[in-house]
Ligand binder design. Structure first.
Ligand code: ZN
Length: 337
């Protein structure tokens, strides 16, 4: 894969007791050293006009000034230092690079993956929250719609948390489909099945909250039976993955049971679906807080594009996941098999 990186992102350092710290990217890069076919690419930062395509101008001024004044705790979770605004623009710029590279034809072994931080999917139009300052996936999606020959974008979010920010920004939009699979009851508490979009966006938001303990078989069931048919009928030109790795069974801040092979199985499905839709495909890093499993997860995504066929789930999906699937089908008029 082609990985987008920026040294500026490491300057956003909320302290080594904070789970979202620069060691995350260092650990990923250390683990990728042992693998073949890795290419690193740098990219220009986003500028404030890019940020303002999805964020309110007042918020952009406020967060820039907050960082210029030395930063601090924006909220109890979301901590900035002086360099955070520069890092946020760099991270958003990497996500724009990832979609541009995919739209320019990078695929297969050169599929782009932005390793930016801070992450983005909790950032709403007028606020930072949940370790996120700028919504990287949203900035990149809007960039593709505005500046490229793209009419419809899918953001598929497999981070264990609901990407409330991405959902909010595109909730009434028919040109962006936002799909999220997440742990029910976890931060930030949004992402109910009934949240399906509004106005022109009716039906273009799909939320699948699964109970704690959901595993690879549950995730694959939901992808195959809910996201794949909905996304295929939406027919995107661009497929963006908000790739968090915090649903891993060893991640310290969730209770899901996805394995490293499970991320491989999901990656295979995402790649095949994007191919069927003839959509450009790119990945943008979100969360993941066990350094070992975060690194293994990113490495697994890379290996799939390098030719590995991961082990599929060898268990049956749970009754709980099947029940959630029925509710999602009802909410989206998908009908059952
Ligand atoms: Zn997360």
């Amino acid at each position: 894969m082609r990985f987008g990186v920026s040294d500026v992102c490491a300057e956003h350092d909320p302290g080594d007791r904070h789970p979202e710290n620069p060691d995350r990217i260092r650990a990923i890069r250390r683990a990728l050293q042992k693998r073949h076919g890795i290419e690193y690419v740098t990219a220009d930062p986003a500028d404030e006009d890019d940020a303002r395509t999805v964020h309110d101008a007042d918020y952009v001024d406020e967060i820039r000034e907050f960082c210029d004044d030395g930063g601090g705790s924006w909220d109890p979770d979301t901590v900035a230092v002086e360099a955070t605004w520069r890092a946020a623009l760099a991270s958003a710029g990497l996500s724009m690079w990832a979609v541009d590279a995919a739209l320019d034809g990078d695929d297969g072994r050169t599929t782009p993956f932005s390793l930016g931080r801070p992450p983005g999917h909790h950032a709403v139009a007028d606020d930072a929250m949940g370790f996120c300052f700028l919504n990287n996936a949203a900035v990149a999606s809007q960039h593709a719609l505005d500046a490229r020959d793209v009419e419809r974008v899918v953001v598929f979010d497999w981070d264990v948390h609901h990407g409330n920010g991405t959902q909010d920004i595109f909730y009434d939009r028919g040109d962006v489909f936002y799909g999220s699979i997440h742990e029910d009851g976890l931060y930030p508490g949004t992402g109910d099945i009934e949240e399906t979009g509004t106005g022109d966006g009716e039906g273009t938001t799909m939320n699948v909250p699964l109970p704690a303990g959901a595993d690879d078989a549950d995730y694959c069931l939901i992808f195959d039976e809910a996201f794949a048919p909905a996304i295929e009928s939406f027919d995107p030109d661009l497929f963006l993955v908000s790739a968090g790795f915090d649903a891993h069974r060893h991640d310290p801040i969730s209770r899901m049971h996805v394995s490293t092979d499970g991320y491989g199985a999901l990656t295979t499905r995402v790649r095949d679906l994007a191919d069927r839709c003839d959509a450009a495909l790119s990945f943008v890093l979100e969360g993941g807080y066990s350094l070992d499993t975060l690194s293994e997860g990113v490495g697994m995504v890379h290996e799939v594009f390098d030719g590995l066929v991961p082990e599929g789930p060898d268990t049956d999906p749970s009754e709980e996941a099947a029940a959630v699937l029925d509710d999602v089908r009802d909410a989206h008029g998908l009908g059952s098999k």
